[in-house]
Design a binder for this molecule. Structure first.
Ligand code: GRF
Length: 214
């Protein structure tokens, strides 16, 4: 299975995918493209070190958003991935891309959806809101992308306990280490091995046992 990974920042989730392919936690998969909207994304360095083709195109390079959206669609069509993985991608994925790759785009979100998600909930803001609300458990979610924001069918989730002295930064790091970097590679491997089926707004995973995630 060929995957295109879309990034905007440090690329630790991209690195988790690269490492998982290397150590065969992810099978039957190759990364055919890394795309970033942000030329300063360290994720692009990670792609280069791993010898993976990368493309950087920022919406700022275009007269208007529609032209950018068309360019992004063409970049992905040229790469022809079987699966598009949003790994810390801060660009709103246009409907023309969602439709072209319907059922073949997944996203990692740093909370247990439907909590702390939707427009405006990204990066540290997610963890600030979780701590502000005083929840005892947060975590991460991998879900299919539909035309909404963080609204597509959920594939995997992994909880992370919140500690009373947590700061947003400490919580973010623990959720990445304990949850994101585990369930995103796991979801990719399940899809690469045809274990995942979308049934309406839910996902069926062949052989899923909740302890496999924990
Ligand atoms: C991660 O926390 C991810 O959940 C969110 O954006 C962050 C990306 O981090 N979508 P990185 O670029 O993978 O290090």
């Amino acid at each position: 299975m060929k995957i295109a990974v879309l990034v905007s920042g440090g690329g630790t989730n991209l690195q988790a995918i690269i490492d998982a392919i290397e150590n065969k936690t992810i099978t039957n998969t190759e990364i055919c493209l890394v795309y970033s909207n942000n030329p300063n994304a360290y994720a692009l360095e990670r792609a280069k070190k791993a010898g993976i083709k990368s493309v950087c195109k920022s919406p700022k390079e275009f007269e208007n958003r529609e032209d950018f959206n068309k360019a992004l669609l063409q970049i992905l069509k040229d790469a022809a991935p079987d699966l598009v993985v949003l790994a810390g991608c801060l660009v709103v994925i246009p409907d023309i891309v969602v439709r072209e790759f319907e059922g073949r785009i997944i996203n990692i979100h740093p909370s247990l959806i439907p909590s702390f998600c939707g427009t405006g909930y990204y990066g540290l803001k997610v963890h600030e809101k979780a701590l502000e609300r005083g929840v005892r458990v947060s975590g991460a979610t991998v879900h299919f992308v539909d035309e909404g924001t963080d609204t597509g069918p959920i594939i995997l989730q992994k909880p992370v306990m919140i500690r009373q002295d947590d700061t947003p930064e400490v919580l973010q790091k623990r959720i990445m280490e304990q949850a994101e970097w585990k369930i995103l590679p796991m979801a990719i491997d399940l899809i690469a091995n045809n274990k995942v089926q979308i049934r309406g707004n839910k996902v069926f995973i062949e052989g899923y046992e909740e302890e496999t995630v924990f």
